[in-house]
Design a protein around this ligand. Sequence first.
Ligand code: 5GP
Length: 228
Amino acid sequence: MTQGRTAGGQDAKDAKDARRGLILILSSPSGAGKTTLTRAIAQKSDWGLDLSISVTTRARRPSEIDGRDYRFIDREAFEDLRTRDDLLEWAEVHGNYYGTPRRPVEKTLAQGRDMIFDIDYQGTRQVRQRLQDDVVTVFILPPSFSELRHRLERRAEDAPETIERRLANARTEMQRWSEYDYVIVNDDLDESFRALQAILAAERLRRSRRTGLSAFVDGLLAEAPDPR
Ligand code: 5GP
């Protein structure tokens, strides 16, 4: 009997796969490649991760699309969301406000699905405090500081003074690396993808998330011969 009913009445096959949803948070200084990684992962449907779309008061870059990359809103609308407790977390980064809308996250988790966030260390702390063990955090480091500068300049979507501000902030951001569960040095995108895939696979198998395991093992034990 491989698919019998367990004590809880749940199908044994479902029981062994049942688990709580998780939130994978990626943080890094601007230019370390985190946004590229996050967006690409969210597009790979076999990874099963929904992307959280943040709201921000920052100006839209030419390549960005409202509703796909961010929801671009003004300060007044942002403050409204904050007052109504519609944000799971929020922070001021590089002089602009950024926040994660709470409802889409609650909806996704309630459906037993996983989510990926691209947020800074201040937001990570708030999400960790609210959702605790449902959160897995990854910090992405650049291979060198000169590479970080090079990537920001190559992107050429920000004004030179914005780039300088981001580089100055990178120092403070990089010092937060030790607050994260995992650290990836993004030397090579393919390698970083593989590392993230491994982290996700392992975290999905974590015993504490596997809500159906007891029932599944009870079913196994019920079939095993009693040594007495
Ligand atoms: P950028 O302006 O380059 O898109 O993002 C600047 C920084 O803001 C990045 O470190 C990014 O991770 C962070 N960020 C983006 N969305 C959010 C958010 O919703 N909350 C927080 N706390 N940080 C965010």
